[in-house]
Write a protein of this length. Structure first.
Length: 135
């Protein structure tokens, strides 16, 4: 059995422009670190009232447990509450699989489908994204 060595969570927020905030996430998002992640997301949304896009760069994400998943779901709800889109950029394959298995992938990235539908004349909003999105 492989032993997991926890990696400390690192969060590096950057304001790209008045409407866009990017947070580079590194380390593990789990029971111990989720409160810090949620606090940072809430703080960034409060500090940038005009934000419309909150990008989480997840390339450096280590482990993500059920509490980490809950934190991602909270981030999406918090962003939506202020009419911002949550982007899960550069998702590691293990996170992609975890989100797929738990049935949350489409919810966390659902605005991707909405944009495609809106671009073709239907749908409900200007939301887009994808696993490898870096914009």
């Amino acid at each position: 059995m492989t032993t997991h060595r926890p990696r400390a969570l690192t969060l590096a927020p950057t304001t790209i422009d008045p409407h866009t905030v990017r947070v580079v996430v590194g380390g593990d998002l789990d029971f111990d670190t989720a409160p810090d992640f949620i606090a940072l997301v809430h703080g960034q949304l409060a500090a940038h009232p005009d934000v419309r896009d909150l990008h989480l760069d997840l390339a450096g994400l280590g482990a993500c447990d059920s509490t980490g998943l809950s934190a991602l779901l909270t981030a999406r709800r918090s962003a939506a509450a202020v009419s911002a889109r949550l982007h899960l950029d550069r998702r590691p394959e293990r996170l992609e699989r975890f989100l797929d298995i738990t049935g949350t992938l489409s919810y966390l990235t659902s605005w991707a489908t909405e944009t495609a539908s809106a671009d073709s004349g239907g749908g409900t909003g200007g939301r887009h994204g994808g696993r490898g999105e870096t914009s």
